[in-house]
Write a protein that binds this ligand. Structure first.
Ligand SMILES: Nc1ncnc2c1ncn2[C@@H]1O[C@H](COP(=O)(O)OP(=O)(O)OP(=O)(O)O)[C@@H](O)[C@H]1O
Length: 273
């Protein structure tokens, strides 16, 4: 059953594409996500931040429908996620997992091709549905948008860590999802690659994609449109960088004294401990 649309009466922000209400999720014996309410929209980049063990990855997996819920609900386009078929879900939501495993001996172009029709492939590269020009175009566009076409003929083993991450992003984008959920996508990337990844994401978000990224680097997270600060499985703060990245929140969540300064129109977190 569809949920009643709430943003009536001139609300400027678009309706949430993905929404969690009262979400509770176990990870092993631990209640890792405790009563989380959150909304994620098309055309917005949301950063999920918080200390180690705060529940960020558990929340992300629950938003993708990959973990059973202990309570609450996740809605996709206003309808409970559990009512969507796996194929319908994977056409709308793409996931870039932590240390994304790519098939090592596979050509980059073929890896990106795998992003088309996730869950609809049989016997490796034989799609379970007819392959179309639209599929080919989506692969080309994903290679171009991530600047990976230059090595489309190379195998994954012949790429650096940063290049692999771009290929993983291309594979996710090839699915033409409405929302992309990324778990620590800048892990293991040097500063230049990390910024490049954020810039690629920004371009996609400006073109209408919704993106939710778990980020540890608060100065990268400050570039997001909205931030969600988790602590002990609960939302400690949610909103813009200015609303979330305050010395008080950082001290309460991380136990670190920090100054938050503005540089070039962006907030920068500087630990002063
Ligand atoms: N498979 C598991 N079995 C038992 N406990 C788990 C399991 N996975 C996670 N947990 C616990 O659940 C809590 C949340 O873990 P989660 O990985 O979601 O946190 P996180 O914020 O993503 O952490 P990090 O920043 O360290 O990646 C932690 O206390 C963790 O120890």
């Amino acid at each position: 059953m569809a949920r009643t649309q709430r943003a009536e009466g001139g609300g400027q922000r678009a309706e949430a594409l993905l929404e969690a209400t009262g979400l509770q999720v176990r990870a092993g014996p631990t209640l890792a996500v405790r009563g989380v309410d959150a909304e994620f929209r098309a055309g917005e980049l949301t950063a999920i931040i918080g200390p180690n063990g705060a529940g960020k990855s558990t929340l992300l997996r629950a938003l993708l429908g990959l973990s059973p819920l202990d309570g609450g609900e996740v809605y996709l386009e206003g309808r409970p996620l559990r009512e969507w078929s796996r194929a319908e879900r994977s056409r709308r939501l793409a996931y870039l997992a932590q240390s994304e495993g790519l098939p090592n001996e596979t050509r980059v172009r073929d890896v990106v091709t795998l992003g088309r029709g996730a869950g609809e492939w049989r016997w490796g590269l034989i799609p379970a549905r007819p392959w179309s020009h639209a599929d080919e175009d989506a692969v080309d566009a994903a290679l171009d948008r991530t600047d990976t076409r230059q090595f489309e003929e190379r195998r994954v083993t012949e790429l650096s860590g940063g290049e692999r991450q771009r290929v993983a992003l291309a594979r996710a984008l090839a699915a033409e999802p409405q929302m992309l959920l990324l778990d620590e996508p800048t892990n293991h990337l040097d500063l230049a690659y990390a910024l490049e990844l954020l810039r690629s994401l920004r371009r996609e978000v400006d073109a209408g994609l919704g993106a939710v990224a778990v980020l540890h680097d608060l100065n990268l997270a400050a570039r997001a449109d909205r931030l969600l600060l988790l602590h002990h499985g609960q939302v400690m703060a949610a909103g813009t960088a200015g609303e979330v990245l305050t010395p008080e929140h950082l001290y309460l969540a991380y136990g670190v004294k920090a100054e938050v300064i503005e540089r070039g129109g962006r907030l920068v977190v500087v630990p002063v401990d």
